[in-house]
Design a protein around this ligand. Structure first.
Ligand code: ZN
Length: 241
């Protein structure tokens, strides 16, 4: 996951002439050099999920495909993730329609501290923190899948699945036991049907990396161990419970 630090606005003018409408002055949201939202005024903010990059020919949410997100809360953070529920419920013929913006696919989910989130409300009509739905354990497992290197848990359109043979070593302990543990933890989250807890890593939590049998042997900081049990680990410094 990556943290939203300093959201800024830029003004832009969209040419809607091809849809028979006048030009529209809109507000974009940027984090550093990443454009998160291309037209604040056109986003379907009141729905349970949102299209962050709107069709620039007409300004209607849902006209173009992709760039859908959902915003959830857990503890004192808000998280912007792919629209996992919409993706899950979409018929097979529309499964690519609701894929997330490229910045979520490339960099992972975005987290925002509650105080920062509240300050974002003056830039755009985000849902208030209190009205965000809690992050479910199922969605937490999907974030874990999204963040895994080299799509080792499969594409987010499908349930997370790990081929055991792909893990060839770990930074500490028995990697085969840890791989089984990881699969079991994911499966438990998938069916738990309760709000997830993302807690901050403490000194007691040792982060364990798995090494993958893929070109470059990527290191995957996937687990934490507190001396008695394992948990799934999310960079930078969050543990899923
Ligand atoms: Zn359009």
């Amino acid at each position: 996951m990556w943290k939203l630090n300093h959201l800024t606005t830029r003004k832009a003018r969209l040419d809607f002439s091809s849809s028979g409408q006048p030009q529209a002055d809109v507000t974009q949201l940027w984090e550093s050099d990443i454009e998160l939202v291309n037209a604040v005024e056109c986003v379907n903010w009141s729905d349970s999920d949102h299209q962050f990059m709107i069709c620039e020919s007409c300004g209607f949410a849902g006209c173009k495909s992709q760039d859908w997100v959902e915003i959830r809360r857990t503890g004192s953070i808000a998280i912007i993730t792919p629209a996992f529920m919409r993706l899950e419920e979409a018929p097979k013929s529309l499964e690519n329609e609701y894929l997330p913006p490229h910045y979520l696919l490339e960099r992972g989910a975005i987290y925002i501290e509650q105080e920062s989130y509240k300050s974002m409300l003056c830039l755009a009509p985000f849902p208030t923190f209190e009205t965000l739905s809690p992050l479910s354990t199922w969605a937490a497992s999907k974030i874990f899948q999204l963040e895994a290197p080299n799509r080792v848990l499969g594409h987010i359109l499908y349930p997370p699945k790990l081929c055991m043979d792909i893990v060839i070593a770990s930074s500490e302990g028995n990697f085969m036991e840890q791989t089984s543990e990881l699969i079991s933890l994911i499966n438990t989250l998938l069916i738990a049907d309760r709000p997830a807890i993302l807690r901050r890593r403490t000194e007691r939590d040792q982060v364990i990396s798995l090494y993958l049998d893929i070109s470059g042997f990527p290191e995957w900081a996937a687990l934490s161990y507190d001396g008695s049990r394992y948990a799934l680990y999310l960079n930078p410094g969050y543990i899923i419970e």
